[in-house]
Design a protein around this ligand. Structure first.
Ligand code: ZN
Length: 290
């Protein structure tokens, strides 16, 4: 009897061991998948203009000192800046991201990006994306007007940026308008013919792909003018080759390797004038990462 009990216990142990082994085989990949699904949090900051003249400061324009303090704070808190292309490559499984990644974006292509922003980025080995309106760059290139309080970057300026510091991305050729044409940015009009809208976006992206491509930029990443988008605009941009779209929704994003859809409709946190850098970055970014 005692012998039988021992044999029984032994059998239970052996069978149990095999079962545990099998279970770990079954569950290990599941656990891995769950952690991959958690993804990586990517905060994106939205800037427009940097100026030393207080009359320009406001929701879309900050002082050079404020921007310098932002970079110093991000650096002190251990953030690493990444370009849109790096994030796309991560999701495609072609690259890894540094710890605490953050993306800095500058809309509209102000000349101040070259004169005020880039020198500070270089001090920290940081990078940023600048979203270009083709018509603004064209006009600036033709007029030669170079006042960094309100003028825009030329094609020559854009071609001169170090790609390790600046990625040049799409903000439409000439669709940075509200109301005039009854269209907000690149979003389709209500009851607009779907086919002609898809063709319009394709045409605009193709035009800009050539212009931006000539200066080392690309249309893979789209910054929606005024953050205005729709299901149809997403469909149109994807069909035209966009891999990432950025809105003005104030949220922190999570991107996931292998999930290309996690790169669309990413939110951005606007950086207004008049807020202390430490307070701004701690409350809007750092605290939201936990
Ligand atoms: Zn804009």
């Amino acid at each position: 009897m005692r012998m039988k009990n021992r044999q029984m216990i032994l059998r239970i142990l052996v069978v149990g061991g095999i079962l545990l082994g099998l279970l770990s085989q079954v569950f290990y990949p599941v656990i891995e998948t769950v952690s991959a699904q958690d993804g990586i949090k990517i905060p994106i900051l939205m800037y427009h203009h940097v100026s030393d003249r207080s009359i320009y400061w406001g929701k879309d324009a900050i002082s050079t000192e404020e921007f310098a303090n932002d970079l110093q704070t991000l650096h002190r808190l251990g953030f690493h800046t990444v370009t849109p292309s790096q994030v796309i490559a991560y999701v495609e499984g072609k690259d890894i991201l540094p710890p605490k990644p953050i993306m800095l974006t500058f809309d509209d292509g102000f000349l101040s990006f070259k004169t005020k922003v880039v020198p500070l980025l270089e001090q920290y080995n940081y990078c940023a994306a600048v979203a270009i309106v083709g018509a603004y760059a064209q006009k600036a290139s033709e007029t030669g007007s170079r006042n960094d309080n309100f003028d825009y970057l030329t094609w020559e300026d854009l071609a001169g940026f170090d790609p390790r510091t600046v990625e040049v991305i799409y903000h439409s050729y000439d669709m940075h308008n509200v109301g005039g044409s009854n269209r907000t940015g690149i979003k389709n009009r209500r009851s607009e013919n779907e086919e002609s809208y898809l063709a319009l976006i394709q045409e605009d992206m193709t035009r800009m792909a050539e212009l931006l491509g000539a200066v080392g930029g690309n249309c893979r990443t789209v910054v929606y003018p005024y953050g205005a988008y729709s299901d149809l605009s997403e469909q149109a941009l994807k069909a035209a080759g966009a891999k990432m779209t950025l809105t003005c929704a104030a949220k922190i994003n999570t991107v996931r390797q292998g999930e290309m859809d996690s790169l669309f409709l990413l939110g951005r946190i606007n950086r207004p004038h008049g807020v202390n850098s430490e307070y701004f970055i701690r409350t809007k970014i750092e605290d939201k990462l936990i």
